[in-house]
Write a protein that binds this ligand. Structure first.
Ligand code: FEO
Length: 394
């Protein structure tokens, strides 16, 4: 790997992972990812901000060696997850005099996850500062912007924010910087959906604090550095707001064609009423795409056949994921078919207990959909279009 200087004395020293295709054994990574770490040379002290995934620990060490770094005084850990902190034991072997600087919750997690000795830590509080001589690091605790221990670090003199996961996105690119909105918007929104959306309300509060800082660069720990920070900050302000769009997401599975006929008719009915529709056939859907579509959608309609009295297991998985991600949607419903009975709508609605939605009358049919079924789907489409319009959802 190759280290690069961002501003004089501040270096990207992380690792690019072009080949990684899944994260947390859950999230697809269509274009890999990066684990960004940053080295800051002060006139008196040297600090490393975050480390890298342990699979890439030699990339980090090699970057530091090639830069001629023979001493690190502080290793700042903004977040304990292993893709950023997992190389800490290796870095401490190479730089045994370094102190690990983080907040109390993060220290406790690092001890649990990496079995590090408590005496290696220097604990900081919210807004505490650490001098490197001519440079000052300020720590801002941002709990539940992802994990309970997450913090961001602000390099005052250079006006650089190091927010770890926040404002980052998964991509492995040789470009050091993102400059245009078009470069980052969709992958960053997808990342927000997959990682940050469940913490929308916490992020909204911390965003105010962050926006009050004077920031020239945002240097996250995945993806490139933001040269125009206001673009990503404005995007986040929109995503965490309560505003929803005139969109319906339809995650669905069909075993013998009945449910897909309903989805097809319902999709056309919504389009005819001026509603944007995003159907996702779960048998070949990238769940990151599904999560991305949930960021703004006002309504989700889950479509499923009945399998042994309940929803199809892949639909259960999608409903469970939706509930975990807690999108800001306002309305939900269920459509589908059954052979001899079952409690599909009740089961799915119960699974959405973390999402504050109004449940619209489900449409379930025995066997193949008929004209009555299509009329019921038209009524559901009417109701959705009307509710969106009445609530000024554009
Ligand atoms: Fe990129 Fe929460 O780790």
């Amino acid at each position: 790997m190759v280290s690069r200087e961002i501003v004089p004395g501040v270096f990207w020293v992380g690792a690019l992972d072009f080949d990684r295709r899944i994260f947390d054994e859950l999230i697809p990574l269509p274009s890999g990812t990066s684990y960004n770490a940053y080295l800051i040379r002060g006139s008196e002290k040297t600090a490393l901000i975050d480390t890298v995934d342990p699979t890439k620990e030699f990339d980090l060490i090699s970057n530091l060696v090639k830069l001629g770094i023979d001493r690190i005084d502080y290793i700042i850990i903004n977040h304990a997850e292993q893709d950023h902190a997992g190389s800490l034991p290796m870095v401490l072997e190479f730089f045994p005099d370094a102190m690990v600087v983080t907040n109390e919750k993060c220290r406790d997690l690092l001890i649990a996850l990496l079995h590090l000795p408590v005496e290696k830590f220097r604990v900081v509080k919210d807004r505490e500062t650490l001098t490197l001589g001519d440079r000052t690091l300020e720590f801002i605790l941002t709990p539940w912007t992802h994990w309970p221990e997450t913090q961001v670090t602000y390099l005052r003199e250079d006006r650089i924010l190091f927010p770890c996961d926040l404002f980052g996105y998964h991509t492995a690119t040789s470009d050091l910087y993102v400059t245009e909105r078009a470069d980052f918007y969709i992958p960053a929104k997808r990342y927000y959906a997959e990682i940050m959306m469940p913490f929308r309300n916490s992020i909204r509060g911390h965003l105010e604090t962050i926006r009050a800082l004077k920031i020239d660069l945002i240097a996250p720990s995945h993806g490139p550095v933001h040269k125009n920070p206001h673009l990503i900050l404005e995007a986040y302000a929109d995503w965490v707001s309560d505003a929803v769009k005139n969109e319906v997401v339809i995650p669905y599975v069909s075993m013998h064609g009945s449910t897909s006929k309903m989805v097809e008719h319902f999709t056309e009915a919504l389009i005819a009423r001026g509603v944007t529709v995003r159907p996702f056939n779960l048998t070949h859907t990238d769940i990151g795409e599904l999560a991305l579509s949930l960021v703004d959608a006002a309504t989700v309609v889950i479509a499923t056949p009945t399998v042994l009295f309940g929803p199809h297991p892949q639909v259960v998985s999608a409903a469970y994921l939706t509930n975990l991600l807690k999108p800001k949607m306002r309305y939900a419903s269920v459509i589908g078919s059954y052979g001899w009975g079952g409690k599909v709508p009740e089961t799915i609605v119960k699974m959405l207990d973390h999402v504050k939605v109004e449940v619209l009358e489900p449409v379930m049919v025995k066997g193949l959909p008929d004209e009555k079924t299509f009329a019921a789907l038209d009524r559901l489409a009417d109701e959705i279009a009307r509710k969106h319009k009445e609530n000024n959802i554009l």
